[in-house]
Write a protein that binds this ligand. Structure first.
Ligand code: BGC
Length: 358
């Protein structure tokens, strides 16, 4: 009897060690690579963690990497490691949309599908799908906001405005800036809007890495040169393509003496916490909310469809040509946020806790 009990115990031990050993070797789950550009901006941390949580909930193992502080070689290296590590699909938000052509050839040769996340990866036929928000609409919303707040169709003007957009190597700025200018340019042409600096070309308004510091520097220069101050040259509006650049503008304007009672209309995008605080304080006027949870859900469903051998859902097959052809895309809907609706959009929806933005 003792011998039998011992044998059962020994067998149980062997089995359990055996299983433990197996579990250590690998989860047996399909691995998905997620490559995000930087941890220095709030939105990409959220995007990364939403993607990881939702992919894991769908049963995948996740290799999530952030490209240092917008460091292109780091991102390329991380993608190479993902390929070597046996991922079955890669989701990438590129730092520089044009720098991944070579590494993605490797992905393609391993039959690893690539989904371009938020930003379009250029010049690579390895990109299977693209999911983003409607970037042109983001720009149109910003332009229309300024148009409405200044009452441009009826007002006599002229109004002074300056423009700032994001990273020159981010394909999205073509749409953000282009969408906004589709509304504002006719008023600039007619003289109702005046850009004293004359900087109205996208390249002149670009900000390396979407950097707050660079945006602040450029606006400090503009303030210095054109005397944009209360009591000096009036500044009616600033078109900023996103929150990180808007924050630089806010810093420069506050430094020049503007305050909540006379602050120029200032646009943004992302509803980053500092910008929501600025809106509440009256030193930014609007932001465009792109719920990163929605984008992650969409991309996870794309990955899942690909892994199950079916076709992901898309809603745009004409807008986004990456130089190798049009990439089938899914565009999520952005929403304008101001102090009038931020509680509903950001707090009640569970995106932020009230104390996050106090
Ligand atoms: C994103 C924006 C973001 C910007 C800076 C863009 O590609 O679409 O939401 O503000 O990058 O990170």
């Amino acid at each position: 009897m003792k011998k039998i009990a011992f044998a059962i115990l020994a067998a149980a031990l062997v089995l359990s060690f055996g299983f433990a050993g197996c579990a250590k070797k690998g989860s047996g789950k399909v691995k998905i690579g997620v490559s995000m550009p930087t941890q220095s901006l709030q939105r990409w941390n959220q995007d990364g963690s939403n993607m990881k949580t939702q992919l894991e909930a769908a049963g995948y193992e996740v290799d999530l990497q952030f490209g240092g502080d917008n460091d292109i070689p780091t991102q390329i290296n991380q993608i190479q490691n993902m390929i070597a590590g046996g991922v079955k699909a890669i989701v990438i938000a590129a730092i520089d949309g044009s720098s991944l052509t070579e590494v993605l050839k490797e992905a393609k040769s391993h039959n690893i599908p690539v989904i371009s996340y938020d930003r379009l990866i250029m010049n690579s036929d390895a990109v299977s799908y693209y999911a983003t928000f409607d970037n042109n609409l983001v720009g149109v919303m910003q332009g229309k906001f300024i148009e409405e707040r200044l009452g441009l169709p009826a007002a006599e003007g002229p109004f002074n405005i300056e423009l700032i957009t994001g990273a020159p190597d981010d394909n999205n700025i073509i749409f953000f800036f282009g969408g906004a200018m589709s509304v504002l340019k006719p008023y600039i042409d007619s003289g109702k809007l005046v850009v004293k600096s004359g900087q109205i070309e996208r390249a002149q308004c670009a900000t390396p890495n979407w950097s707050t510091e660079e945006a602040q520097k450029r606006f400090e220069n503009l303030i210095q040169t054109y005397n944009y101050r209360p009591g000096g040259t009036k500044l009616d509006a600033v078109l900023a393509s996103n929150d990180s650049t808007a924050n630089g503008v806010t810093n420069a304007l506050v430094g020049a003496g503007w305050n909540k009672d006379n602050f120029p209309i200032l646009t943004g995008q992302d509803c980053d916490k500092p910008s929501v605080k600025n809106m509440i304080a009256g030193t930014q006027t609007m932001s465009v909310f792109k719920d990163t949870r929605t984008l992650a859900t969409k991309v996870v469903s794309m990955v899942d469809a690909l892994m199950k051998g079916s076709n992901p859902e898309v809603n745009d097959t004409s807008t986004y040509n990456n130089g190798t052809g049009v990439i089938p895309s899914y565009l999520c809907e952005p929403v304008v946020v101001t102090t009038a609706n931020y509680e509903e959009m950001l707090i009640k929806s569970g995106y932020y806790k009230a104390q996050d933005i106090q």
